[in-house]
Design a protein around this ligand. Structure first.
Ligand SMILES: [Zn+2]
Length: 346
């Protein structure tokens, strides 16, 4: 922060455990009272979860199905929300991001009810949407409350859980980039927020074999680690501890190949390569991702070699204000291809 101070915004309460979805009505009552609530939900939310939410709420609920994480859907949620006490995002990434930004713009409390653990947006103050003026996350507010039902999340497809692991390991290189930026540009660096983010990466790096079985205890660890990275961003007052060069790479792949892979999958693959650039143990990152069943090759998520190379070369241009290892190393096509080949990504 330029001015020597920054604001920390954190989630106020987290309810986590098996079967806690039945407590949603009481959980949101503090903010919503008896006013109606608007629910931004993903298209993949099962009818079982819908019924559980409806029977848990004491308040009238208006469901808005979010088809895409874009500004059109933010507007749809906003126009349904007048007179509501709060907005609840029920689902995976899209509905949480859309609900979060709609609530931020209307100055309403936002509750996050993740049905999967595929990325750290479930707790962070950021929303990642298409149709904004930039291809990376924007600052909103963190959810007031997060209700994470482990029964619901553990029954999500394994691919989503593995993607969440990819977003967690990415904190390793995000923190390296943050430290580098601090040394080179004098940018604010918070060692506490950095340590917190690294602890979340360690949940995957140290425990990948057990984690990859995705038993209930492991899913709980995964969800708590994801929530914690959102808190690390809140403490830092920026996405620095959670998002570095590996996220820039992922965002650039999104531009060139919009429907390829999940956010956490692309960030995990990016982390393997950025770890090598930073001179840290990239093989450890790769084997941890393999152990949890996350992709380690671009072809596994339908991304071809040319997209990987172009994304490596151009990723830093989408956010020039964010100094990372890609600002320092300035890859050309040849060195980018060498990096991707040497790490087995292509
Ligand atoms: Zn992420």
């Amino acid at each position: 922060m330029d001015s020597g101070y920054h604001l920390m915004e954190l989630p106020t309460k987290v309810l986590i455990g098996e079967g806690v979805i039945s407590k949603l009505g009481d959980f949101v009552k503090e903010s919503a009272g008896d006013s109606r609530v608007v629910i931004a939900s993903g298209s993949n939310v099962t009818s079982k979860v819908r019924r559980a939410v409806d029977s848990a709420l004491r308040q009238e609920a208006v469901w808005v199905e979010v088809a895409a994480a874009d500004t059109v859907n933010v507007d749809r949620v906003m126009s349904s929300a007048s007179g509501s006490g709060c907005i609840i995002g029920v689902g995976g990434g899209k509905s949480v991001d859309v609900g979060k930004l709609a609530a931020f713009r209307l100055n309403l409390p936002f509750y996050s009810v993740p049905t999967s653990a595929s990325h750290d947006g479930i707790s962070s103050p950021f929303a990642s949407l298409k149709g904004l003026d930039r291809p990376y996350s924007i600052m909103a507010k963190p959810p007031v409350g997060i209700l994470a039902d482990i029964d619901v999340i553990a029954s999500a497809p394994r691919r989503l859980l593995a993607s969440g692991c990819g977003d967690l390991v990415s904190k390793l290189t995000a923190v390296k980039d943050w430290q580098l930026a601090h040394r080179v540009t004098g940018e604010y660096y918070g060692s506490y927020a950095a340590s917190l983010a690294l602890m979340s990466a360690d949940v995957v790096l140290r425990g990948s074999r057990v984690l990859g079985k995705f038993g209930k205890d492991s899913v709980r660890d995964l969800v708590e680690a994801l929530i914690s990275t959102g808190v690390a961003a809140g403490i830092a007052g920026s996405s620095r501890p959670c998002s570095g060069s590996e996220h820039l790479f992922s965002h650039y792949v999104d531009i060139l190949a919009p429907d390829s892979g999940l956010h956490g999958e692309k960030c995990g693959i990016g982390t393997i390569m950025m770890a090598k650039l930073h001179g840290v143990d990239w093989r450890r990152v790769r084997s941890a991702l393999r152990n949890v069943g996350a992709p380690v090759k671009a072809s596994q998520i339908g991304v071809d070699d040319a997209v990987v190379i172009e994304s490596l070369v151009k990723a830093s241009s989408i956010r020039p204000d964010r100094y990372t290892i890609l600002s320092r190393r300035k890859l050309n096509r040849k060195s980018a291809a060498a990096l991707a080949r040497s790490t087995g990504v292509i």
